[in-house]
Design a protein. Structure first.
Ligand code: ATR
Length: 286
Protein backbone atom coordinates (compact mmCIF):
# COMPACT_ATOMS: atom_id res chain seq x y z
CA UNK A 1 0.00 0.00 0.00
CA UNK A 2 1.29 3.48 -0.78
CA UNK A 3 2.31 5.34 2.33
CA UNK A 4 1.84 9.06 1.81
CA UNK A 5 4.28 9.82 4.66
CA UNK A 6 7.05 8.40 2.42
CA UNK A 7 7.19 11.77 0.63
CA UNK A 8 8.27 13.48 3.84
CA UNK A 9 11.17 11.25 4.85
CA UNK A 10 14.09 13.63 5.21
CA UNK A 11 17.71 12.80 4.54
CA UNK A 12 20.68 14.71 5.95
CA UNK A 13 24.45 14.37 5.61
CA UNK A 14 27.75 15.19 7.19
CA UNK A 15 30.41 16.01 4.65
CA UNK A 16 34.14 16.48 5.07
CA UNK A 17 37.36 15.20 3.57
CA UNK A 18 37.98 12.72 5.07
CA UNK A 19 34.70 12.17 6.88
CA UNK A 20 34.81 8.57 8.04
CA UNK A 21 35.95 9.52 11.56
CA UNK A 22 32.94 11.78 12.12
CA UNK A 23 30.80 10.83 15.10
CA UNK A 24 27.87 12.92 13.87
CA UNK A 25 26.07 9.89 12.28
CA UNK A 26 26.09 8.23 15.72
CA UNK A 27 24.61 11.32 17.36
CA UNK A 28 21.85 11.93 14.81
CA UNK A 29 21.21 8.21 14.41
CA UNK A 30 20.53 8.02 18.15
CA UNK A 31 18.02 10.88 18.02
CA UNK A 32 16.28 9.54 14.88
CA UNK A 33 15.79 6.23 16.68
CA UNK A 34 14.71 7.93 19.91
CA UNK A 35 12.00 9.92 18.11
CA UNK A 36 11.08 7.06 15.77
CA UNK A 37 11.71 9.31 12.74
CA UNK A 38 12.10 7.45 9.43
CA UNK A 39 14.72 9.87 8.12
CA UNK A 40 18.43 9.31 7.66
CA UNK A 41 21.73 11.02 8.45
CA UNK A 42 24.87 9.68 6.86
CA UNK A 43 28.49 10.51 6.15
CA UNK A 44 29.04 11.63 2.57
CA UNK A 45 32.66 12.24 1.60
CA UNK A 46 33.30 15.04 -0.88
CA UNK A 47 36.71 16.25 -2.08
CA UNK A 48 37.44 19.99 -2.00
CA UNK A 49 37.39 20.02 -5.82
CA UNK A 50 33.94 18.46 -5.93
CA UNK A 51 32.43 20.55 -3.12
CA UNK A 52 31.04 23.40 -5.30
CA UNK A 53 29.24 20.80 -7.44
CA UNK A 54 27.88 19.12 -4.34
CA UNK A 55 26.44 22.45 -3.12
CA UNK A 56 24.86 23.03 -6.54
CA UNK A 57 23.30 19.57 -6.51
CA UNK A 58 21.85 20.12 -3.02
CA UNK A 59 20.26 23.34 -4.26
CA UNK A 60 18.86 21.67 -7.35
CA UNK A 61 17.44 18.93 -5.15
CA UNK A 62 19.23 16.14 -7.02
CA UNK A 63 21.03 14.77 -3.93
CA UNK A 64 17.80 14.10 -2.03
CA UNK A 65 19.31 15.85 0.99
CA UNK A 66 17.38 18.53 2.88
CA UNK A 67 20.55 19.71 4.57
CA UNK A 68 23.50 18.59 6.60
CA UNK A 69 26.66 19.30 8.51
CA UNK A 70 29.93 20.44 7.04
CA UNK A 71 33.28 19.78 8.61
CA UNK A 72 36.97 20.23 7.79
CA UNK A 73 38.01 21.33 5.16
CA UNK A 74 34.68 22.56 3.75
CA UNK A 75 33.42 25.03 6.38
CA UNK A 76 34.70 28.18 4.64
CA UNK A 77 33.52 27.05 1.19
CA UNK A 78 30.11 26.13 2.64
CA UNK A 79 29.76 29.67 3.93
CA UNK A 80 30.90 31.23 0.61
CA UNK A 81 28.66 29.05 -1.54
CA UNK A 82 25.51 29.20 0.59
CA UNK A 83 22.72 31.44 -0.71
CA UNK A 84 21.71 32.82 2.66
CA UNK A 85 24.35 32.53 5.38
CA UNK A 86 23.25 34.03 8.71
CA UNK A 87 25.12 36.74 10.64
CA UNK A 88 26.91 34.31 12.95
CA UNK A 89 28.48 32.38 10.08
CA UNK A 90 29.21 35.60 8.18
CA UNK A 91 31.29 36.97 11.04
CA UNK A 92 33.17 33.67 11.34
CA UNK A 93 33.53 33.20 7.58
CA UNK A 94 32.61 29.55 8.10
CA UNK A 95 29.46 27.45 8.28
CA UNK A 96 28.88 23.99 9.75
CA UNK A 97 25.12 23.58 9.26
CA UNK A 98 23.17 23.86 5.98
CA UNK A 99 19.51 23.49 5.17
CA UNK A 100 17.36 23.97 2.08
CA UNK A 101 14.55 26.48 2.24
CA UNK A 102 12.48 27.39 -0.81
CA UNK A 103 15.24 26.26 -3.16
CA UNK A 104 17.94 28.27 -1.38
CA UNK A 105 20.75 26.95 0.79
CA UNK A 106 20.74 28.59 4.21
CA UNK A 107 23.76 28.34 6.51
CA UNK A 108 24.74 28.89 10.10
CA UNK A 109 27.50 27.94 12.47
CA UNK A 110 26.46 26.10 15.63
CA UNK A 111 29.93 25.54 17.16
CA UNK A 112 29.62 28.56 19.47
CA UNK A 113 26.14 27.55 20.64
CA UNK A 114 27.47 24.05 21.33
CA UNK A 115 30.35 25.49 23.32
CA UNK A 116 28.06 27.63 25.48
CA UNK A 117 25.46 24.90 26.02
CA UNK A 118 28.19 22.54 27.22
CA UNK A 119 29.45 25.05 29.79
CA UNK A 120 25.90 25.97 30.84
CA UNK A 121 25.17 22.30 31.44
CA UNK A 122 28.36 21.29 33.19
CA UNK A 123 29.57 24.47 34.90
CA UNK A 124 26.41 26.35 35.84
CA UNK A 125 27.10 30.01 36.63
CA UNK A 126 30.39 30.04 34.69
CA UNK A 127 29.32 33.21 32.87
CA UNK A 128 29.50 35.44 35.95
CA UNK A 129 33.03 36.26 34.82
CA UNK A 130 34.58 39.32 33.26
CA UNK A 131 37.78 37.87 31.78
CA UNK A 132 38.53 34.78 29.71
CA UNK A 133 41.71 33.37 28.17
CA UNK A 134 41.55 31.52 24.86
CA UNK A 135 44.58 29.49 23.81
CA UNK A 136 44.76 29.23 20.01
CA UNK A 137 43.60 31.34 17.08
CA UNK A 138 42.30 28.87 14.49
CA UNK A 139 38.78 28.16 13.27
CA UNK A 140 37.55 26.69 16.56
CA UNK A 141 38.91 29.66 18.46
CA UNK A 142 36.81 32.05 16.37
CA UNK A 143 33.55 30.33 17.26
CA UNK A 144 34.47 30.32 20.96
CA UNK A 145 35.47 34.01 20.96
CA UNK A 146 32.27 35.03 19.18
CA UNK A 147 30.13 32.99 21.58
CA UNK A 148 31.62 34.27 24.82
CA UNK A 149 31.73 37.87 23.56
CA UNK A 150 28.04 37.62 22.66
CA UNK A 151 27.34 36.16 26.11
CA UNK A 152 28.81 39.34 27.58
CA UNK A 153 32.36 38.47 28.65
CA UNK A 154 34.07 41.86 28.72
CA UNK A 155 37.74 40.95 28.28
CA UNK A 156 38.93 38.09 26.09
CA UNK A 157 42.65 37.40 25.88
CA UNK A 158 43.63 35.34 22.82
CA UNK A 159 47.05 33.75 23.24
CA UNK A 160 48.67 32.09 20.25
CA UNK A 161 52.00 30.64 19.10
CA UNK A 162 51.72 32.88 16.02
CA UNK A 163 50.68 36.25 17.50
CA UNK A 164 49.67 37.66 14.08
CA UNK A 165 46.80 35.18 13.92
CA UNK A 166 45.61 36.31 17.35
CA UNK A 167 45.78 39.92 16.17
CA UNK A 168 43.60 39.09 13.16
CA UNK A 169 40.97 37.82 15.57
CA UNK A 170 41.23 40.89 17.77
CA UNK A 171 40.59 43.01 14.65
CA UNK A 172 37.68 40.83 13.60
CA UNK A 173 35.86 40.49 16.91
CA UNK A 174 36.18 43.97 18.35
CA UNK A 175 37.49 45.77 21.38
CA UNK A 176 36.79 43.01 23.93
CA UNK A 177 39.45 40.85 22.29
CA UNK A 178 43.18 41.28 23.01
CA UNK A 179 45.97 39.44 21.18
CA UNK A 180 49.07 37.98 22.85
CA UNK A 181 52.00 35.67 22.23
CA UNK A 182 52.48 32.52 24.35
CA UNK A 183 54.95 34.37 26.56
CA UNK A 184 52.09 36.48 27.94
CA UNK A 185 50.19 33.48 29.28
CA UNK A 186 51.15 33.78 32.99
CA UNK A 187 50.24 37.47 32.96
CA UNK A 188 46.85 37.20 31.21
CA UNK A 189 45.73 34.15 33.19
CA UNK A 190 45.82 36.31 36.32
CA UNK A 191 42.26 37.06 37.46
CA UNK A 192 40.57 35.23 34.59
CA UNK A 193 37.51 33.05 35.28
CA UNK A 194 37.59 30.90 32.16
CA UNK A 195 40.44 29.22 30.28
CA UNK A 196 39.74 27.53 26.95
CA UNK A 197 42.16 25.41 24.95
CA UNK A 198 41.24 25.54 21.25
CA UNK A 199 44.55 24.14 19.99
CA UNK A 200 45.38 20.55 19.17
CA UNK A 201 47.86 20.45 22.08
CA UNK A 202 47.40 17.21 24.02
CA UNK A 203 45.21 15.62 21.35
CA UNK A 204 45.40 11.84 20.85
CA UNK A 205 47.88 11.39 23.68
CA UNK A 206 50.39 13.99 22.46
CA UNK A 207 52.23 15.68 25.31
CA UNK A 208 51.17 19.20 26.30
CA UNK A 209 53.25 21.95 27.91
CA UNK A 210 52.86 22.58 31.63
CA UNK A 211 50.58 25.52 32.37
CA UNK A 212 50.42 27.30 35.69
CA UNK A 213 46.74 28.04 36.30
CA UNK A 214 47.28 29.43 39.79
CA UNK A 215 46.49 32.99 38.69
CA UNK A 216 42.94 32.07 37.68
CA UNK A 217 40.12 32.92 40.10
CA UNK A 218 39.45 30.11 42.62
CA UNK A 219 36.10 29.16 40.99
CA UNK A 220 37.44 29.40 37.42
CA UNK A 221 36.54 26.84 34.78
CA UNK A 222 39.10 25.25 32.45
CA UNK A 223 37.75 23.63 29.31
CA UNK A 224 39.17 22.04 26.18
CA UNK A 225 37.50 21.69 22.83
CA UNK A 226 39.59 18.56 22.20
CA UNK A 227 37.65 15.50 23.44
CA UNK A 228 40.05 12.69 22.54
CA UNK A 229 41.10 11.86 25.18
CA UNK A 230 38.17 13.05 27.26
CA UNK A 231 40.49 14.29 29.97
CA UNK A 232 43.25 16.02 28.04
CA UNK A 233 46.65 16.69 29.66
CA UNK A 234 45.57 20.33 30.09
CA UNK A 235 42.38 19.37 31.89
CA UNK A 236 44.30 16.93 34.06
CA UNK A 237 46.72 19.68 35.08
CA UNK A 238 43.87 22.07 35.85
CA UNK A 239 42.10 19.45 37.95
CA UNK A 240 45.30 18.75 39.88
CA UNK A 241 45.52 22.48 40.54
CA UNK A 242 42.03 22.40 42.08
CA UNK A 243 40.04 23.99 39.26
CA UNK A 244 36.66 23.06 37.79
CA UNK A 245 37.07 21.31 34.46
CA UNK A 246 34.68 20.66 31.57
CA UNK A 247 35.61 18.26 28.76
CA UNK A 248 34.94 19.01 25.10
CA UNK A 249 32.56 16.18 24.28
CA UNK A 250 29.47 18.17 25.23
CA UNK A 251 30.34 20.82 22.63
CA UNK A 252 30.23 18.17 19.91
CA UNK A 253 26.89 16.86 21.17
CA UNK A 254 25.24 20.25 21.66
CA UNK A 255 26.39 21.74 18.33
CA UNK A 256 24.34 19.00 16.65
CA UNK A 257 21.00 20.07 18.18
CA UNK A 258 20.03 23.01 15.91
CA UNK A 259 20.73 21.04 12.72
CA UNK A 260 18.62 18.07 13.77
CA UNK A 261 15.75 20.40 14.60
CA UNK A 262 15.95 22.09 11.18
CA UNK A 263 16.08 18.84 9.18
CA UNK A 264 13.73 16.66 11.19
CA UNK A 265 11.44 19.14 12.97
CA UNK A 266 11.96 18.06 16.57
CA UNK A 267 14.38 19.46 19.13
CA UNK A 268 16.54 16.68 20.57
CA UNK A 269 18.06 16.58 24.04
CA UNK A 270 21.68 15.88 24.92
CA UNK A 271 21.56 13.28 27.67
CA UNK A 272 23.85 10.84 29.44
CA UNK A 273 22.80 7.95 27.15
CA UNK A 274 24.04 9.84 24.11
CA UNK A 275 27.25 10.81 25.88
CA UNK A 276 27.88 7.17 26.75
CA UNK A 277 27.26 6.06 23.14
CA UNK A 278 30.04 8.36 21.97
CA UNK A 279 32.37 7.44 24.83
CA UNK A 280 31.92 3.72 24.02
CA UNK A 281 32.72 4.44 20.37
CA UNK A 282 35.85 6.34 21.41
CA UNK A 283 36.91 3.37 23.55
CA UNK A 284 36.34 0.95 20.66
CA UNK A 285 38.60 3.03 18.43
CA UNK A 286 41.22 3.91 21.05
P1 ATR B 1 41.25 24.68 14.11
O1 ATR B 1 40.50 25.21 12.93
O2 ATR B 1 40.84 23.28 14.49
O3 ATR B 1 41.22 25.59 15.29
P2 ATR B 1 43.85 25.47 13.10
O4 ATR B 1 43.28 26.58 12.32
O5 ATR B 1 44.88 24.62 12.46
O6 ATR B 1 42.76 24.46 13.62
O7 ATR B 1 44.43 26.06 14.47
C1 ATR B 1 45.13 25.30 15.35
C2 ATR B 1 45.58 26.16 16.55
O8 ATR B 1 46.42 25.35 17.36
C3 ATR B 1 46.40 27.38 16.16
O9 ATR B 1 46.14 28.39 17.09
C4 ATR B 1 47.83 26.85 16.29
O10 ATR B 1 48.79 27.85 16.50
P3 ATR B 1 49.43 28.66 15.23
O11 ATR B 1 48.40 29.66 14.81
O12 ATR B 1 50.66 29.28 15.76
O13 ATR B 1 49.70 27.62 14.17
C5 ATR B 1 47.69 26.01 17.52
N1 ATR B 1 48.74 24.98 17.66
C6 ATR B 1 48.84 23.81 16.99
N2 ATR B 1 49.92 23.13 17.40
C7 ATR B 1 50.54 23.89 18.37
C8 ATR B 1 51.69 23.74 19.18
N3 ATR B 1 52.47 22.66 19.10
N4 ATR B 1 52.00 24.71 20.06
C9 ATR B 1 51.22 25.81 20.17
N5 ATR B 1 50.10 26.02 19.43
C10 ATR B 1 49.76 25.07 18.54
Amino acid sequence: MHDSRETFVNHAFVTGYPVKHSRSPLIHGHWLKQFGIRGSYRAHEVTPEAFPDFMRQIKEGTTGFCGGNVTIPHKEAAFRLADRPDELSAELGAANTLWLENGKIRATNTDGRGFLANLDERARGWDRISTAVILGAGGASRAVIQAIRDRGVKTIHVVNRTPERARELADRFGTAVHAHSLAALPEVVSGAGLFVNTTSLGMDGEPAPAIDFSGLTPDAVVTDIVYVPLKTPLLRQAEEQGLRIVDGLGMLLHQAVPGFEKWFGLRPVVDETLRQIIISDMERHA
